[in-house]
Structure formats: C-alpha cells, structure tokens
Design a protein. Structure first.
Length: 201
C-alpha cells in the first residue's frame, strides 16, 4: 500500500495568522492554485480512493488534487484538525504566547484552552484511523490519498516515525500548505518515502 498524505492549501486565516483548528474555513485563491499545482504533479499516481477530513479546506484540496478522476472520497472525523476551543479564530498575536510557544516548540508542556483538544487525544484518534485503513485487505495493493491538516498530519505520521512522547511531536516543523508525505506500508511496516515534499516554488 502507498499512502499520499497532503495538507490543505492556504486559507485567509493562514495569512492572517488566526488559529483555525476545527473551524471550517475555505481555501483562498493561492490555496486553490497550490492544490491544483500539486494535483498536476500527482496526475499519474493511480489513486484508488481518498480519505479526507470533513473540513472544507481539506476536502476541497482533495478534490483539486484529484482533478477529474472519479474515485470515491470518504470523510473521516478521525483526521479532522485539532480543536483550539475558545482560541478558535483568534489572532495568534493576541493569545497567551507561552501556551502558543508550548504548542509549537514544547508540545509536552501544552495545555489546551477551554474546550480545546489535548495532543494525546488527536494522537489516539489518528492512530485509530491509521490502524483501520492500513489493515483493510482491499487496500493492501492500492494507492490511497489522505487530505488533512498540519497538526493532524503530524499526529498521523507518528505511526511512521515511531517516536515516543510528545517532545518531537512536530518532527522539526509544521507541514507546509499542500506538502505531500508519501508512505509505503508492507506487511504492517511503514516506511516514509517522501517527507513534506512541495511541488510548487
């Protein structure tokens, strides 16, 4: 099985540095263009199906990457982005900087705001999703597209990195918009073939 994991394209909230999390924002013009460029780069990849976060920015990215290919697209709540609770939609410059710094640089110290989701929770739900799709017999010889979000993708890839604890949650950085991680799974073992690859300049 080969799995292509793409982060959604740019949104206006990305540009404005507002926390999106579980908010259902849309791609901006640049985000649409990045997804189209990525789709052209992957046009020869024989995807058999696609799993996407139900949030519009991820689902629209999936559709743009797939172009006119008629393959099934399945929404899956388990790869939805982390929720920031009462911080959703807020300008990151106006939020408690210590907690934001912990989220991105010291995740083991991160305490979510009111109504927010803890990192161990997103790790667990994405792990459940990973175990589910990688164990499906009908997908073992297939190529699958997954469209998701920065924090959710890093959580999902912890099933590949095999890193323990939260200290290395981000694996060096937040995945760029429309980057692609390519994973091959053989006999239950996962190997990362490409990390955070972008097809635009």
């Amino acid at each position: 099985m080969k799995i292509y994991i793409v982060r959604h394209g740019e949104t206006c909230w990305n540009v404005q540095r507002r926390l999106q999390g579980a908010s259902d924002t849309e791609l901006n013009e640049k985000g649409t263009a990045l997804a189209e460029i990525t789709g052209k780069a992957l046009k020869e990849v024989p995807f058999s199906c696609c799993f996407t976060s139900p949030l519009k920015r991820a689902r629209d990215t999936a559709k743009l990457v797939l172009g006119d290919r008629e393959i099934p697209i399945y929404d899956d709540e388990r790869i939805r982005e982390i929720s920031f609770g009462v911080w959703e939609g807020k300008d990151s410059a106006l939020l408690p900087q210590e907690m934001l710094d912990n989220f991105f640089h010291h995740p083991e110290k991160y305490i979510p705001p009111e109504g927010g989701e803890p990192l161990p929770h997103i790790l667990q739900r994405t792990k459940d999703f990973w175990k589910d799709i990688t164990s499906r017999k009908e997908l073992q010889d297939k190529t699958v597209l997954i469209a998701s979000h920065g924090c959710a993708i890093r959580a999902l890839l912890h099933n590949v990195y095999k890193e323990e604890g939260l200290e290395n949650y981000w694996h060096g950085k937040v995945p760029p918009n429309c980057c692609v991680n390519i994973v091959e799974v053989r006999e239950g073992k996962a190997a990362l073939l490409e990390e955070d690859k972008v097809y635009y300049h």
